[in-house]
Design a binder for this molecule. Structure first.
Ligand code: GDP
Length: 330
């Protein structure tokens, strides 16, 4: 594969080259990993920056409908929109509930849009790396907005929030007691809560739900990265395209304020740092799970079980081996 050519075509905004590069990024082969690193080296130095928007919500809340309507609204304004997915279900079962090609039918045929379904990988960590690198590739290809979608399951929200400039939480209209169902930690991550399906019979409920969440948001500790009035809750109807222009205006207001006050760049810097440390831990763990370390860890584990060694001694032996300090004692 000619990496320089691939890089040039990505920089020229070719969607096929972008798709090919993401496939490379997703590969677990060592030679592909080396090519990926070479590709990022070749892409270095461009100064393109997309707005990275994380979007979370449980299945059925209207994520794909929202992304389709919102994405088409942005492309109609001349913006280029990429959609990526972090799908913990595909990590677990190999099946996917996000990002499959039949969803977002119109947007997927829009020449200014790029939709990439979630890969099936065994570790959320693997999906996280792939998604981060896919975001970087989308930026290099000149996309203005990158939407990163996830479902409200497990750790995936934290993963997405750690790679987004803005984090949106999409909710359905619900009775008052269901408000408890949204975990506090997730509320604290949200910059804007969108109560979807504010149309027809559901409109009044949506308005009430929105007021409840607005109240709950006011009780949260004020964050330095928020101007007056944020985080906020709003109603939208993805289906009838109501409130989306307003939501986009709020996203832009928030982003501009954060840029002006240094929070935008600071958040990206902190995220880069976070992912560096996550990569280190993951790489280290992967080495421990591969031979020859795997066998050593297992035999030391048995020695610890039998009381022949202390846990601390055994761990030290593992690190001695990793660092080439001394041969293992067992
Ligand atoms: P996802 O699983 O979160 O991606 O949700 P979908 O976008 O597939 O939507 C789930 C269901 O909710 C579908 O039947 C949609 O037609 C419906 N839906 C989505 N957005 C709206 C909306 O704004 N209003 C109403 N009434 N229904 C909606």
């Amino acid at each position: 594969m000619d990496i320089d050519d691939l890089a040039a075509r990505i920089l020229a905004g070719e969607r096929r080259a972008l798709a090919r590069a993401i496939t490379l990024v997703e590969s677990r082969r060592d030679d592909h990993r080396a090519q990926t690193l070479a590709l990022f080296e070749a892409l270095k130095g461009h100064d393109r920056e997309a707005l990275r928007i994380g979007l979370s919500g449980t299945p059925g809340v209207g994520k794909s409908t929202f992304i389709e309507t919102f994405g088409l609204m942005l492309t109609a304004q001349g913006l280029k929109v990429a959609v990526l997915a972090v799908d913990p279900s595909s990590a677990r079962s190999g099946g996917s509930i996000l990002g499959d090609k039949t969803r977002m039918d119109h947007l997927s045929r829009d020449p200014n849009a790029f939709i990439r379904p979630s890969p099936s990988q065994t570790h959320l960590g693997g999906v996280a790396r792939r998604t981060r690198e896919a975001i970087d590739l989308c930026e290099a290809a000149g996309f203005d907005v990158v939407l990163i979608e996830t479902v409200g399951v497990g750790q995936s929200e934290t993963v997405v929030a750690e790679m987004s400039d803005l984090f949106l939480l999409l909710l359905a209209p619900a009775g008052g007691d269901e408000l408890q169902g949204v975990k506090r930690g997730i509320m604290e991550m949200a910059d804007i809560i969108l109560v979807n399906k504010a149309d027809g019979d559901l409109k009044a409920t949506a308005t009430r739900t929105c007021a409840d969440y607005a109240g709950a948001l006011r009780l949260l500790r004020k964050r330095p990265q928020d101007p007056q009035g944020f985080p906020k809750a709003m109603t939208v109807s993805a289906y009838e395209n109501v409130g989306l222009t307003n939501a986009w205006a709020e996203m832009q207001t928030l982003t501009q304020w954060r840029r002006d006050h240094g929070h935008f760049a600071a958040r990206r810097a902190a995220q880069a740092r976070f992912w560096f440390e996550a990569e280190l831990k993951q790489t280290l763990l992967a080495r421990l799970e591969r031979e020859p370390m795997k066998g050593l860890v297992q035999s030391l584990g048995r020695a610890v079980e039998q009381g022949v060694m202390t846990p601390g001694q055994a761990a030290d032996d593992v690190f001695a081996q990793l660092e080439g300090r001394a041969p293992p004692t067992s």
